[in-house]
Write a protein that binds this ligand. Structure first.
Ligand code: AMP
Length: 216
């Protein structure tokens, strides 16, 4: 099962992608997670990506394509995967098609999460992440048992460095300009494209996604 997740920042792609990967036992491929880890470890990749990410800008295509190409060749991707946050530009989508042709496969499902901008801003501002294990929380929708402490490992919960008002605005404008054209790109005959409302709770959205995947 090879799935691409589309949707604006804050729609819950990461949360849903993780649930799908657990349910169907396939890897979760998120360039955002890979880059955050690289930033934390101060690797060459992390240092290259840092200033783009902190400003809410997309990281250059060549950096992202290198990450994805390497990841898709790994053994655990043979049975499928969820791509979360890739592709984010038409250029990346065309490059993905070429990569998959080379591997003699194609994307099976494109799931597009939809949510109003007002709700997205609310969701993004309340996000917290554990600085040690990366577990995500939300002060309103998925609060930790103790304020600012990770339920998983006891680490400190912090806001992502791209969660400032200015970076959030930039992430939206990048999404509108460069990523939203992918909806038209993928929503065409012959593609299994599904638009899913993300305006309910985590489990309700997950149930809608499962209905789509299991109806096939
Ligand atoms: P995410 O966790 O998916 O919201 O990604 C966090 C940040 O990583 C984005 O705001 C970008 O700076 C960078 N990033 C992640 N995926 C991509 C991509 N496919 N293309 C360009 N930049 C990306």
């Amino acid at each position: 099962m090879r799935i691409v997740f589309l949707g604006p920042p804050g729609a819950g792609k990461g949360t849903q992608a993780k649930l799908i990967c657990e349910e169907y036992n396939i890897p979760h491929i998120s360039p955002g997670d890979i880059l955050r880890q690289a930033k934390k470890n101060e690797t060459v990749l992390g240092l290259k990506a840092k200033s783009y990410m902190d400003q809410g800008l997309l990281v250059p295509d060549d950096i992202i394509l290198g990450i994805i190409e390497e990841r898709l060749k790994q053994e655990d991707c043979k049975t499928g995967y969820v791509l979360d946050g890739f592709p984010r530009t038409i250029y990346q989508a065309n490059a993905l098609e070429d990569m998959l042709k080379g591997l003699d496969t194609d994307i099976a499902y494109i799931l597009s999460l939809e949510l109003s901008e007002k709700e997205l801003v609310k969701r993004l501002g309340g996000r917290r992440v554990c600085e040690d294990c990366g577990q995500e929380f939300h002060i309103e929708f998925k609060p930790p048992k103790q304020p600012d402490i990770c339920d998983n490992c006891g680490g400190n919960l912090i806001q992502r460095s791209d969660a400032s008002a200015c970076a959030i605005e930039k992430r939206f404008s990048e999404y509108k300009e460069k990523t939203s054209p992918l909806i038209e790109y993928y929503n065409r005959p012959g593609r299994k494209f599904y638009s899913i409302s993300a305006d309910t709770g985590i489990q309700e959205v997950f149930a809608s996604i499962k209905r789509v995947l299991e109806a096939d």
